[in-house]
Design a protein around this ligand. Structure first.
Ligand code: FES
Ligand code: FES
Length: 182
């Protein structure tokens, strides 16, 4: 079996994988990243969207071996120090979800959209999210949330949070130094 090393949400993992294993299977079943969900398994719904080296991909359409040596960010890697990412907060504040099943993929795709188009209009948001399906909301509040997030994330409004090459790295199993209270 091929051995791969992936950096997921700032932690490096090395595992032997079957050549046919999908990235989403590897994330969920081996690494426990169950925040990334499977809606269709056929590249249609976008629920499984993650970032591969900073760009959104449908992780059911990528083989785990193709991610070898790459950085992956999942929905679980966005919040920092107990604070939601501005995009997550905007979805919350604008009631942009009902069942929430599409939400991880929507948020990851929305971040990719804002990286390309920092201040999109409604139509640009709808086009940017056309590969992500939601069966609950009618999309209106999702569009509102993404535009709200664009304002929260504009230059000077606070950092966009994502693991990057410069972010601190950790190997799976390593413990961060414990902070003891005086
Ligand atoms: S589960 Fe990947 S696109 Fe639907
Ligand atoms: S909130 Fe239910 S599928 Fe989008």
């Amino acid at each position: 079996m091929p051995r791969i090393t992936v950096n997921v949400d700032g932690t490096e993992y090395t595992d032997d994988v079957e050549p046919r294993t999908l990235l989403v299977q590897h994330l969920r079943e081996r690494l426990g990243k169950v925040g990334t969900v499977v809606g269709c398994d056929t590249s249609n719904c976008g629920a499984c969207t993650v970032h591969l080296d900073g760009h959104s991909v449908k992780s059911c359409s990528v083989l785990a071996v193709q991610a070898d040596g790459h950085d992956i960010t999942t929905i679980e890697g966005l919040a920092r120090d107990g604070e939601l990412h501005p995009m997550q907060q905007a979805f919350h504040d604008n009631h942009a979800l009902q069942c929430g099943f599409c939400t991880p993929g929507m948020i990851m795709q929305s971040l990719d959209l804002l990286a390309e188009t920092p201040d999109p209009d409604d139509q640009q948001v709808r086009e940017g999210l056309e590969g992500n399906l939601c069966r609950c909301t009618g999309y209106q509040n999702i569009v509102r949330a993404v535009r709200d997030a664009a304002q929260r994330m504009r230059p000077g409004a606070g950092p966009a949070i994502e693991h990057t090459e410069d972010a601190p790295r950790q190997r799976a199993g390593e413990q961060q130094a414990e902070v003891t209270q005086p």
